[in-house]
Design a protein around this ligand. Sequence first.
Ligand code: F6R
Length: 236
Amino acid sequence: MKITYFDDSSKMSAFASLMVLNELRKKQYLLIAAATGGSPEGLYQMLEKRYQFDPELFEKLRVLKLDEWGGIPMSDPGSCHSYLNEKVLKPLHVSSDRYLAFDSAAPDPAEECRRIQEEIDHTGPIDCCILGLGKNGHIGFNEPASILQSDCHVAKLSAETIDHPLVQAMSQTPSFGMTVGMKGIMQSKKILLLITGSGKQEAIKKLMEKEISTQLPASFLWLHGDVECLIDKTSC
Ligand code: F6R
């Protein structure tokens, strides 16, 4: 894992956007897995700016929603879908056939996770996985636990995760999450771990100890050959 520190989140986002654009120039049919939340927001804004000058570059881009809150309508303003729709899909004109996503209101969430896993197995691997770091060290909704799940799965959300600002904006609290598992993340060709935001000092400190633990899912990224960890110094 290559670690780079930035003075602020906008410098971090600018650097991240150069990396994603570089991947996109090499492969227009790029499959990105997109996290939601505060950390990748600046990156998505920069990609939107680039789109204004170079829409052709994004014509074949494929987007996989990394995770979703379960038991809420997709239309909820706090859903990962609403977030991606507003910040990625609409601005970059990603058509529905180039978007792969868990349905937050699927009648059978476990079956929905199997569906997404099959799609990843069929059309993947993920080319560029965009991750944030949870305050408890989660990536996607792979939460600290005695074991981690390899495939897409229904995730029991920790109290810390449910405390996320996106959830505070929801009309009802999600009862579970659905997420790409550790295999989908670790088989990604390239991973960008973006770290900004408050309350992450402890998780960053533990991550830098380079000890691999299921209690800190992000620590598994040390085992991957191409991870760029971009850290906004103000979050340390
Ligand atoms: C959300 C996701 C989560 C977040 C993490 C950090 O789609 O995958 O793992 O990346 O909770 O959230 P922020 O960036 O809001 O601090």
